[in-house]
Design a protein around this ligand. Sequence first.
Ligand code: PLP
Length: 819
Amino acid sequence: MAESTFDKKAFKSEIVDNVKLLFRKTIEEADNQQIFQAVAYAVKDIMIDKWMATHKAYELQDPKTVYYMSMEFLMGRALGNNMINIMAYDEIKEILNELGLDINVMEDQEPDAALGNGGLGRLAACFLDSLATLKYPAYGCGIRYRYGMFKQEIKDGYQIEAPDNWLKNGNPFELKRPEYATEIKFGGYVRSYNDEFGKEKFVIENYRSVMAIPYDIPIIGYGNNTVNTLRIWDAEAIQTFNLDSFDKGDYQKAIEEQNLARNIVEVLYPNDNHYAGKELRLKQQYFFISASVQTAVAKYKGKHDDIKKFADKVAFQLNDTHPTVAIAELMRILMDEEGLNWNEAWDVTSNTCAYTNHTIMSEALEKWPIELFSKLLPRIYQIVEEINRRFVEEIKAKYPGNQEKIKKMAVIYDGQIKMANMAIVAGHSVNGVAKLHTQILEKQELKDFYEMMPEKFNNKTNGITQRRFLLHANPLLATWITDKIGDEWITNLEHLKKLKPYADDLTFQKEFMQIKYQNKVRLVKYIKEHNNIDVDPSSIFDVQVKRLHEYKRQLLNILHVMYLYNKLKQNPDMDMVPRTFIFGGKAAAGYRIAKLTIKLINNVGNLINNDKSINNKIKVVFIEEYCVSNAELIFAAADVSEQISTASKEASGTGNMKFMLNGAITIGTMDGANVEIVEEVGQENAVIFGMSAEEVIRYENQGGYDSMEIFNNDEEIRTVLTQLINGFYSPENPELFRDIYNSLLNYKCSSRADTYFILKDFRAYAQAHEKINEMYKDSARWAKSAMLNTACAGKFSSDRTIEEYVRDIWKLEKVEVKL
Ligand SMILES: *Cc1c(COP(=O)(O)O)cnc(C)c1O
């Protein structure tokens, strides 16, 4: 590992200089935000030399490069991460101390870069950290949303959305690169003509266009000199508005272009795992994809003559179907601008593009109506049509007369363009994100594709970066681990298994649980400050933080809390370790039932938290504004990790891995990566319950199950459900939670009762919680399990995931960067 050559004295005076230069102030006069900026610029200064050296090494060695294309990058804060990766965290902490400043306060000045919804965007962020740490050449390609994921406030128990003006103080880590501005064209119509050689050519006329302006953010590897780039695109009107255009009669066009530019990058769509079909969303997609693909081609051409060998130097990874228009855009450039014929362009495109599938849920599948798509992207649409025409010919040749196959696999069907089908047909790789998920793709959802092109399918189980989610998030545990086994785990997480022998040692168990306790105290303070609720750090912290979604079943969790409360009211002396149920997560702004679930959680909390008769045995806390920065505090403090999705619905999950790494015990279904977590840690160190994915799918194929039967036969469940509609938790409005009640018991025209099998899994879930209670009472047993969870988390590093992508899909070589 490279030794840190950090110069403390120089860094200290640079902070002072920066405050002066940026704000004309002394350290004493500057406020915390200004000092944060000064520190950030000083850190950037260290990174800049490495960034330039990396650029130079890539120019010289001309390595193959991956472009990770994603609508979302949920980066969180950069300062702490960058200080860690330049290996100067403790030194900078000391310097700030000497200046009378607290590093945590400084870090808290930085807004989260919340350019993502949840797991998918955070995965992209973890991948960038791993790529740089492993020294692989990579770009992240995305959008510089002016407003990221909305801020969540809880008022009277309801979620209120507020805009996330994350750029209001500027972003010290970004670099505007106007010299790489690119024109992006929308609308118009395609005119074809024959050129002087008789070849058919296509041009778009009467289009509208915007300029895409890149902003580069440095992504530094841990303890090395590699600094890759996250390139996010801003939109500007082609020429600033002037009265000239009024005279020329294109006043209207100038205004429209101004508005187009303003709107495109204005805001991140706050939907997780849900497709809304909005035209502006398609504009966003084509905007950043066209800019990124054009730039990648131009960069390649700067060094190479033969565009047919593009895929030798470039890999495009499509993070879900959101960037799938890259396929047609690359085909367009290769044919219309580079002069390749269809087959040549198709070869290059297939060899370049690879697709990651993130969900099997039908409401998340992107299908664009032909009308909308062809109007916005007329030439791209022609290419999609031709991709479809040729593929349908292939299906017909392979399965003569089989209309079902065409219906399922065609790229265009029933007036809609199916983006997943295009990604599968055109790319050379289709990967799921956990073993179970990939199996379901192959055997169920994408069965027809798998039968036709099995060689494309592969699994890449997700991972997380231990640099952020252990080293930065949990410094006490990180230091303790390093004391015990050395620091190799930071870049090779499998080393954690050296902790296994310690798990039986009483002294080490005590130390481990003492650290957990201190992290719980840290979270208790945060909750007191932000929620004004008193929480007992010696209670079991039972945590479910993730996006609010019916399939993630926060409702199962809170119904169980209601059930426990009823039991405690009947028997206040019930044998139960005090439990704090902690929830956190945002609901999409338009997701009625998810928002109502937040209200239910808060109302249940309100009643229970203020009921003295149950001796504080249960507390319920909903943490406002769940985001990457407070996630780091939450994972470190968790005893129990709630991973209770309806089996088959959670493709992988990554929150589950962060909890495990920090020594929490999973209560969960056999879904997503939970399956592999149990495989690693052993079933005795996790609490698994409920229906299997196979059972769920079997019931779904039968049209569901009869939840009324459970309601009629299980009195305790019936009591809990009745409390949803008799005003027990909403005396001012007994009907408030009627829709939740109905979702569990009544068939609606659109969906079955209890679509997510909450009542069907309820008893098994309650039993699983009893088991948690029993396990915790045996403190040695609990400590051992907790420690083994950390010790067995090695597989879930995104470093491992990235090595698998490199080996199977991208075929990159590491590049050593020297200063
Ligand atoms: C890891 C993470 C997620 C994903 O959590 P899941 O439990 O896998 O859904 C979402 N949001 C944030 C802020 C995260 O850090």
